[in-house]
Design a protein around this ligand. Sequence first.
Ligand code: HAM
Length: 422
Amino acid sequence: MSTVTPVQKELTAVKGTHDILPGEVEVWQTVEAAAKRLFESYGYRELRAPILEHTELFEKGTGETTDIVTKEMYTFVDKGGRSITLRPEYTPSVARAIVEHRLDLLGAPMRYYYIGPMFRYDKPQKGRYRQFHQMDIEVFNEKDPAIDAEIIEMADALLRTLGVTETATLVNSVGCRACRPAYSQALRERAGRDRDRLCPDCQRKIATNPLRIFDCKVEACRGAARDFPKISEFLCEDCRVHFAGVRAALDLYGLRYKVDPNMVRGLDYYTKTTFEVVHLGAGQQNAVLGGGRYDDMMKDFGGPDICGIGFALGVERLIAMLTLKPEPRRFVYVVHLGDKAKVEAIRLARTLRKAGIETIVEFAGRGLKSQFSRANKLGAAWVVVIGDDEIGKGLFQLKDMAAGTQVECAPAEIQARIQNRK
Ligand code: HAM
């Protein structure tokens, strides 16, 4: 027997990426199915955009001064000389697809969801990966603060459906193009006075985009940012009224939340509402999901002047919080010995699979006893035995493993017997 040691780095997964193996993937499937059901019950439809986009989409959409664009994108030049990026987030892709296909002209509710991989070249640690997965939802053309509250409620409903309880919902308003410049200026002045407390990166942000100092993970910068002026003191009338509307609608839903004036989120496109759900006690990477309103993105893309709002949930972070055990699979294992039995096993498997019954037939040349104990070890719900005796009689053995009962029956009866016990 040889031992395989994957010493060469090309035989291990790329740093910050993970295989999701059978045994774990069932939890993913359960979570994805629950999310799809829930999103669709709120009128969302799936929109699948490509993983590759033009780099400019994120520069323009996500924002040129964000950590994502300045430090974390997987960008390369393709053979045609184009600058291409593996999407670091999904929101700009949805906005692009709407503009490209003029989905706004269809008259249907503009509510979209997607579940898939995103890519960010960040320092991997628990809860932070280079390829990770998001469940993303976006709504367009709905201005009313009730929709802001509805999507926060939908996020909450998803977490409750999956049995997640130890969370807190944080909300804020980051203002709009009318009121944020005055706030940015106040921040710039304040951060300028605190320059020596800030890391070199944040010192640069004072000039480029002082709001982004709130995203810094350096403890000294976080400490300094705690004393910075609050956006709530700078909101214009429109933003104040909207935020009050969001809070009133959240109260209507009976949702518990906390207003966090420092929660500005790490993306440039947000206007008005931002929110996050954090896992209490999950350590530093504790945001399970985050989102907000982005009323200018479509217009900035040269598309229609349509507002947008959405959130994305980190699937790895969600799964780490779950205690969910997926239902064990119920399958048939067909034990066979001899050439004729092999033919019968194949025939039976085809019939059962056509009826939607998972059926395993293996061809490893094992003896009857060893096939039987393998079926047992794999956790088969039923075992069918086909040997010379069974071929001779035209009756196969069907064993119900949980009940421990065994019957002899004609091949044509097996499907119905299994279906009756399912
Ligand atoms: P985000 O806050 O950058 O927002 O990401 C959303 C969620 O994705 C995070 O709360 C976290 O759970 C997960 N996440 C982000 N980065 C990583 C990582 N490196 N490893 C593991 N999980 C991660 C957005 O992406 C926005 N597009 C959300 C949005 C949608 N806003 C409006 N619409």
